[in-house]
Each structure stands twice: as C-alpha cells, then as structure tokens.
Design a protein around this ligand. Structure first.
Ligand SMILES: Cc1cc2nc3c(=O)[nH]c(=O)nc-3n(C[C@H](O)[C@H](O)[C@H](O)COP(=O)(O)O)c2cc1C
Length: 212
C-alpha cells in the first residue's frame, strides 16, 4: 500500500503535483497497488490538546471510553503508517519548516507504544523495517547544497531526523527550489525536480532499464 500525504492547501501546489505524478507513475509500475491519500490541510487534522496527550500515554487496558474515542482518529492514521510499504509526503516549505497541518499529522501518528517505545536503553522504533519514503518539497528560495541559505533548511533535516528516529532511513527527497522566482529560474528548478521524480518513480536505482 502507498500512503500518500499532501499538505499544501494550494490548488496549483508544486509539491502536491510532484507527489501526485510520482504516485501515478509508481502505481503504473506496481500493478494492483492500493493508495491511501490524505491532505492534512483539507482534512483539518486536530492539534494535540491535554486530553489527547493524556490518552496517548494511558496504558491501553486503563483507557476510558472517552480516551478510546479521542484516540480513534490517531489509531486509524497509525494503522495506515504501519501498514504502508511506501510513504509519499508532499510538503511546501513554510517558514523554513513544514506546514502546521503536516506537523499535526506527525503528532497524531508518532504514538508511544505503537510507533515507538521508550526502553531503559532509550527510544526504540516499532515501525516494521523496509518501508520506502519519498518526500517532495517546494520552496521559494534555493536551499540546495552550497547555496547561501542552505543552513536555513529546517525542513529536510527535520523530516530525515524524524523518519530516521522511527526506523525509516530509506528516504529520498526531491526539492523543487526557487519557486518564488518568476519564469525561467523557477521553471528550470521545477524541471530538475520533475526529472528526479521520474527517475525515482522508474526505480532506476534498482538497476532496471526503464525508458519512461
Ligand atoms: C505561509 C508560507 C510560508 C512560506 N515560507 C517560506 C520559507 O520559509 N522559505 C521559502 O523558501 N519559501 C517559503 N514559502 C514559499 C513556498 O515554499 C513556495 O511557494 C512553495 O511553492 C509552496 O509549495 P506548494 O506549491 O506545494 O504549495 C512560503 C509560502 C507560504 C504560503
């Protein structure tokens, strides 16, 4: 199953378009793949409040009916994350990081006891190994390696650290840089991102000879 998470509210979203085309191409190559799709902004995922945090940490057997009700949405989202073979995330860069709605999804899925556990040795991921993660971002500026503002990219390092801490370290990023620029500059940056997206969808890294 492919779990496809969009987070831009924009109809003309660059990150959503890249991720959408990637998922389409991926499914063409992997017939019968089921896709579960969310747009975290459109779905208005809730932020964690005191009652939710309490429910998160209440031992399962001790949860009240109200706590079970509060956890239902999170439970479903966690099930999807644990079940998927491939996770595809589309994220605009907002104020150097990810949109709050994507963070809301993250806060709902990174559940103690289900996605990680705290042991005497520290935090241990509970996510089954072997998942592949593809992240498509779009940014106004150029945060690429060697650029003047590369160190201000808190989006890719954050998501890499987060997924890595959950045991998901097979993560590919495709960043459409320079989308604030008019015309040519943005178009060329987008073309580079599209080319990389198509390469990843064709799974060229696996050594297969694919022509589209
Ligand atoms: C609320 C908001 C905050 C933004 N913050 C940044 C930023 O910190 N750095 C940047 O380079 N671009 C920033 N941008 C520009 C977007 O990253 C850019 O327009 C991108 O294409 C948005 O992704 P989308 O096309 O998928 O919606 C911001 C845009 C918005 C609407």
């Amino acid at each position: 199953m492919v779990l496809h998470i969009d987070s831009s509210p924009r109809a003309e979203s660059v990150s959503s378009r890249l991720a959408g085309e990637f998922v389409e191409r991926w499914c063409e190559r992997h017939a019968g793949t089921r896709v579960v799709h969310h747009n975290t902004t459109a779905e208005k995922l809730p932020y964690l409040d005191a009652a939710m945090v309490e429910a998160f940490f209440a031992p399962e057997a001790a949860r009240s009916a109200e706590q079970r009700r509060l956890l239902a949405l999170s439970d479903g989202l966690v099930d999807e994350l644990l079940e998927c073979d491939v996770l595809v995330v589309a994220a605009p860069m907002w104020n150097l990081g990810v949109p709050a709605s994507l963070k809301a999804w993250i806060d709902l899925v990174v559940r103690p006891g289900r996605v990680f556990e705290v042991t005497a040795e520290g935090v241990r991921p509970l996510v089954p190994v072997g998942k592949r993660v593809f992240v498509f971002t779009a940014r106004g500026g150029d945060y690429g390696a060697g650029s003047a503002i590369a160190a201000m990219d808190y989006q890719e390092p954050y998501l890499r650290a987060l997924f890595g801490s959950l045991g998901m370290s097979d993560v590919e990023f495709v960043n459409a840089e320079e989308q604030y620029h008019e015309g040519e500059v943005a178009r060329r940056a987008l073309e580079r991102a599209e080319a990389r997206m198509r390469e990843l969808a064709a799974d060229r890294a696996s050594g297969e000879n694919v022509n589209s």
